[in-house]
Design a protein around this ligand. Structure first.
Ligand code: APR
Length: 246
């Protein structure tokens, strides 16, 4: 069942010069990835993500954390972007100024072809040194121990933001600017409970932007949104893009 896209939203988007989009795990759900708060499967079901995605967990057992991310990178090899990711690639081509802000670390937006992507929580495909922060593309796949940095010898870690860590400053500043300047702000596939990402939609709303939420369920943002398209982003976004820019 396809949803009727409101005609005034279609009109807004046709005139919009600046569009900002915030995505969360929901946009990757139709690619087969679990959203962040879903129970995990298999070997890792015994652990909570917060037990693995934190500086304390890494300090306590770097090998367990390293293996969890190695397992997630391996699992991502068979995962492809879905129609929602590709609809956002199309929207970026149609809008003069388009910024995609994502909380996801799965690299699927870049994989789909999105260009102006701000990765607020990092990217699981990137690895850096936990000491000197040097990035590395290749590390010995030593299954016995966590690989070490070639520059300083520190332990390598995924370039993702763990709970309690600061977000990358430049990306966050750019995201705030995009939210404040945009004509239309989309919040897609996010429960809107984790700060500071969750405040971006409110910043856009306070500056007079039209706020559109595309989500499977209502969230703390829903009462403030000008439009709430409830359903699957992999269905709603392609339909919206086709309606606006057909
Ligand atoms: N289409 C649209 N929305 C969906 C879909 C779908 N196919 N599937 C799930 N959703 C919605 C869920 O209803 C939920 O509101 O996506 C949202 C996902 O919310 P979370 O699982 O909380 O993920 P997210 O909002 O991305 O979490 C934000 O929290 O733990 C941290 O760093 C982690 O980046 C993550 C951040």
């Amino acid at each position: 069942m396809t949803m009727e896209i409101p005609s005034d939203l279609i009109r807004f988007l046709r005139k919009a010069n600046r569009v900002a989009v915030l995505t969360g795990a929901g946009v990757s759900q139709e690619s087969g990835l679990r959203t962040f708060r879903d129970p995990q499967t298999g070997l890792w079901a015994q652990y909570k993500p917060t037990d693995l995605a934190s500086p304390e967990a890494f300090a306590r057992d770097p090998k367990l954390v390293w293996d969890w991310y190695a397992w997630r990178r391996e699992a991502l090899k068979g995962v492809r972007p879905n129609a929602g990711h590709y609809a956002l690639v199309e929207m970026e081509k149609r809008v003069p100024e388009f910024t995609l802000i994502t909380q996801n670390v799965d690299n699927l937006h870049r994989f789909a072809g999105s260009r102006n992507v701000l990765e607020l929580h990092g990217n699981i495909q990137r690895v850096r040194c936990s000491e000197c922060r040097t990035f590395t593309e290749d590390w010995g796949d030593d299954t016995e121990a966590v690989p070490h940095c070639n520059v300083c010898g520190g332990l390598l870690r995924p370039d993702v933001v763990w709970s309690g860590e600061n977000l990358p400053r430049l990306e966050l500043e750019a995201a705030v600017q995009a939210a404040r300047k945009c004509d239309v702000f989309f919040s897609v596939g996010t429960s809107g409970v984790v700060q500071p990402a969750a405040s971006l939609a409110f910043a856009a709303h306070n500056k007079g932007a039209v706020v559109v939420e595309v989500n499977a369920e209502s969230t703390p943002l829903t009462p403030k949104a000008d439009f709430f398209l409830q359903g699957k982003s992999g269905e709603l976004l392609p339909e919206l893009v086709a309606e606006v820019w057909k």
